[in-house]
Write a protein that binds this ligand. Structure first.
Ligand SMILES: [Fe+2]
Length: 393
């Protein structure tokens, strides 16, 4: 039965039939879903939804829960809903990323065996990714810097999903598109399942013949996805166009300029950005700010210049989890980017002059006039894991 209830009465296990707001404004990837986390309820309250419709045939109704009465209201000692901490949000995001990597590794194993891609394996993962990106894209973006060389292809796939979702979100595109490019990102290199491992994992430069074989993964990705029921054109574009270049020097089709769709042009940017910032078995990933500078010098040839600027707006000059040296000689880790790209929100923890560690302190550089970022710093130079500092704030 469909019932209209106050959003204050929401609880885990209820099935949302309709949110009383336009689909564009709420932070969920779907209009209808079951509430599985307390944080889902918080999101609904946070966007100001006062009432909504639940379907009691698909989930619990009011007063069904043994642990919570329908009349229960938030009190000082028992606030409803529970406010998730930043630490919990990061933990959740890490879980989402792990699930996504597991899903893509399973899908790739299936495709290797000649099976079809099942959208049912991808959609729930992308739903969760979309929720996280829509809430705060910095959280998943920060995690995209964690690298494990053995699982490069899976991590790269998840990162392309996250970056494409963040990029489309920051360009104000619809949730439908955000979702579609997330799927496209996860599956964009699915054709690599057919690339011989000795070429895929070769340390060092490929020979011309090997490169021809390597390039085939794009055509294979497109063919595999064309056979996937329910795949969208935007998802296909991410897979089919991510190695095309703006000046026509890319592959497989050598398309140029507007012959490459908007989504295709965006996927070329995020693919190079992620590949250059990643640690590989044969080289250390470069610092994001260095990569962005290099990529800027290739705009007009490799990338659409306007889109490149928008991408920098999206990830920031100093993306989340970057280690930076501040003008007051403190070392800090970027927590979030700001509108002012050179002045992110950071947590500082080490006085490099005295070599003394301090209690981690959060500073929003855009909200003060004294301290600026002097440089981004290599993690290995300081032997510091930025994630550690993101976890303690
Ligand atoms: Fe690729």
């Amino acid at each position: 039965m469909i019932k209209t209830i106050s959003s204050k009465l929401l609880k885990k296990g209820m099935f949302i039939h309709e949110l009383d707001c336009s689909w564009m404004k709420h932070p969920f990837a779907r209009n209808q879903f079951i509430i599985t986390e307390q944080s889902d309820i918080k999101k609904i309250l946070d966007v100001g939804i006062k009432s909504l419709k639940i379907d009691t045939s698909k989930g619990i109704g009011i007063g069904t829960s043994k642990t919570q009465s329908a009349e229960q209201q938030p009190t000082k000692n028992n606030p409803l809903p529970h406010q998730p901490s930043r630490k919990k949000t990061r933990k959740d995001a890490r879980k989402i990323k792990d699930h996504a990597e597991l899903a893509i590794s399973n899908i790739m194993a299936d495709v290797k065996l000649g099976k079809q891609v099942e959208m049912g394996q991808v959609t729930p993962v992308v739903d969760k990714m979309a929720e996280s990106v829509l809430e705060n894209h910095n959280t998943l973006l920060g995690l995209s810097r964690i690298r494990n060389m053995d699982t490069y292809t899976f991590e790269h796939s998840v990162n392309i999903g996250v970056l494409m979702m963040s990029f489309t979100k920051s360009r104000g595109m619809s949730q439908k598109i955000i979702h579609e490019v997330g799927i496209g990102g996860l599956l964009h290199d699915i054709g690599k399942t057919l690339t011989p491992p000795e070429i895929l994992n070769k340390a060092g430069k490929l020979t011309d013949d090997e490169f021809i074989i390597m390039r085939r993964h794009v055509v294979d990705s497109r063919e595999i996805l064309l056979k996937t029921p329910g795949i969208s054109q935007n998802a296909l574009d991410v897979a089919a166009l991510h190695h095309e270049k703006y000046d026509g020097s890319g592959y497989p089709d050598g398309k140029k300029g507007d012959e490459i769709s908007d989504i295709g042009q965006m996927s070329a940017i995020v693919d190079v950005y992620d590949a250059l910032t990643a640690d590989r078995c044969y080289h250390k990933g470069q610092d994001p700010s260095v990569v962005l500078k290099r990529m800027l010098s290739w705009t007009g040839s490799h990338f659409n210049p306007a889109l490149m600027q928008e991408f920098i707006q999206c990830v920031g000059i100093y993306p989340p989890a970057t280690l930076v040296l501040l003008s007051n000689n403190y070392l800090a880790v970027v927590i979030e980017t700001n509108q002012q790209l050179l002045l992110p929100r950071v947590v500082c923890f080490l006085n490099t002059k005295t070599n003394e560690t301090i209690k981690p302190k959060v500073i929003d550089l855009s909200k003060q006039d004294i301290i600026t970022v002097s440089s981004s710093e290599a993690e290995q130079k300081w032997n510091i894991d930025p994630q550690k500092y993101l976890d303690i704030i």
